[in-house]
Design a protein around this ligand. Structure first.
Ligand SMILES: Nc1ncnc2c1ncn2[C@@H]1O[C@H](COP(=O)(O)OP(=O)(O)OP(=O)(O)O)[C@@H](O)[C@H]1O
Length: 463
């Protein structure tokens, strides 16, 4: 069911539109302004339908933050010029108000269809504990990953997944298994780096009774346990050379020989391997068999590091935060604006796993309803990501607005009042407005609203 976000300040129109769309099986959420829409996260929807004229920012301000989700702009017949302008800014289409129901439904269906045809949806995955999750991320590199998974899964070939630690290699392996014909058979996951070198061969290939000191009984290995299903070997670059030779035999002959046995057994296993290392380079130094590398590398899937997924990082953070809140029964916690900036700028060497841990820390440590940068506990003195240009210094009003959003106590009105009362005897209205970063008209309006009208004995009048 497609999810649609309606952004419209007129409640009657909003409700009518919602009912119309719900009657046609769309799942609908509502917002009354761009700010409200941003709080809901427009990128979590399949389509945003926004009025052009809204209190505050116009609907076109949603086009960039919603991307790649399309934004359909509603506008009145009287303002067709602005509809054209909205299209130039990247709106997918526009509908003129009052709109014809059939026409609107047709446009919505067409836009959603177009969108679906050039987007790969992230796969649904059941984790080891049986709970369902979805891979998060819409950036082009992840879209390519989803397409690869979809095409590779049914082909029953060996797959090599490459990516840094914590980028989701195991998730990809699960997705491939679960979309393959082997889904009813077991998926056995083994982290080669986690098993001592002396034990790995017997763990993987099993052993006969008395095969070595301590082998008091025969044991089936993990490769045999995966018979009929999929074997996921994480960190395959850590596999010792002897074990590599046995694995090659499994791939070439479909045969396994337990340690201490002269007999071979037939196994039917699909192998998915993952590594954060360059196996080809390892093969040049003799640490990895080149023939095994070629056998593994039938299909390759490359997972991008989180620092290269700039547009995904906050989306992932929001979803993981919600999960952490549920786990710790702290619903309603939000990231402060400073924390969001920190998450966006941090280079995340440990990738999604590190982000998951930081958010969990944040949820546990947050005292109010906001998670601040300190709660996340990201390493101080870390190199900042290079992609973020230095921000220009904030105007006083912006600084206070930001502090307010970050949950600090000082109210904007308090600050304004304080600043004006303190400086109005020494400054002209123009200077005051400049220092506050607002126009003279705005200064006058705020003075009226706050009951601090302009004093008669301003500097120039007394001169
Ligand atoms: N795209 C994603 N969407 C949602 N969760 C993700 C995503 N990528 C990774 N994760 C989460 O991050 C954590 C690490 O993922 P995973 O174990 O698959 O990474 P990995 O690359 O196999 O790491 P390692 O090589 O260290 O074992 C998991 O909890 C996983 O659910």
């Amino acid at each position: 069911m497609s999810r649609i976000l309606i952004v419209e300040d007129e409640a009657i129109i909003r409700t009518a539109l919602r009912r119309l769309l719900e009657r046609h099986d769309y799942r609908v959420s509502e917002a009354g302004s761009v700010d409200e829409a941003l709080a809901l996260g427009p990128q979590h929807f399949d389509l945003v339908i926004s009025d052009l004229r809204l209190p505050g920012e116009p609907g076109t301000e949603l086009i960039r933050p919603a991307s790649p989700v399309p934004v359909l702009i509603m506008t009145s017949y009287a303002s067709m010029r602005s509809a054209v302008e909205a299209l130039k800014q990247g709106a997918v289409d526009y509908v003129a108000k009052p709109f014809d129901h059939d026409e609107l439904l047709e446009t919505v269906a067409r836009v959603l269809h177009q969108q679906a045809s050039h987007r790969s949806t992230p796969p649904d995955i059941t984790d080891a504990g049986g709970s369902r999750q979805q891979m998060i991320g819409e950036c082009p590199a992840m879209q390519a990953v989803y397409t690869r998974i979809r095409k590779t899964a049914p082909a029953d070939v060996t797959v090599l997944i490459q990516g840094e630690s914590g980028t989701g290699k195991e998730l990809v392996a699960r997705a491939i298994h679960q979309q393959s014909r082997r889904v009813a058979a077991p998926l056995i996951c083994v982290n080669c780096a986690a098993i001592p070198e002396t034990l790995i061969e017997s763990e993987l290939f099993g052993h006969e009774k008395g095969a070595f000191t301590g082998a008091s009984a025969a044991r089936t290995g993990l490769v045999e346990a995966a018979d009929g299903g999929t074997l996921f070997l994480d960190e395959i670059g850590e596999l010792p050379l002897d074990a590599q030779a046995r694995l090659l035999r499994v791939l070439q002959e479909g045969e396994i020989r337990r340690i201490g046995s002269v007999e071979t057994r037939h196994v039917n296993v699909r192998l998915i391997a993952a590594t954060h290392r360059d196996l080809r380079a390892l093969s040049k130094t003799g640490e990895f068999r080149l023939d095994l590398y070629y056998r593994l590398n039938v299909m390759q899937i490359d997972l991008p590091p989180l620092r290269d997924r700039e547009e995904d990082v906050l989306v992932i953070a929001d979803v993981l935060l919600e999960k952490a809140c549920t786990r710790h029964e702290r619903s309603g916690l939000r990231l402060s604006r400073a924390a969001r900036r920190e998450i966006h700028d941090y280079p995340w060497p440990g990738n999604v796993r590190e982000l998951e841990n930081a958010l969990e820390r944040g949820v546990i440590l947050a005292e109010g309803h906001l998670i601040h940068p300190d709660d996340l506990g990201l390493k101080p003195g870390r190199p900042m990501a290079t992609r973020q240009p230095e921000e220009p210094p904030l105007r006083p009003v912006e600084r206070i607005e930001r502090e307010q959003e970050d949950g600090d106590d000082l109210s904007l009105e308090d600050y304004f009042q304080h600043f004006v009362l303190e400086h109005q005897d020494q400054m002209s209205e123009t200077e005051l407005a400049q220092k506050l970063g607002i126009s003279r008209k705005c200064l006058w309006e705020r003075r009226q609203r706050l009951g601090i009208p302009r004093k008669k004995q301003a500097r120039r009048s007394s001169a």
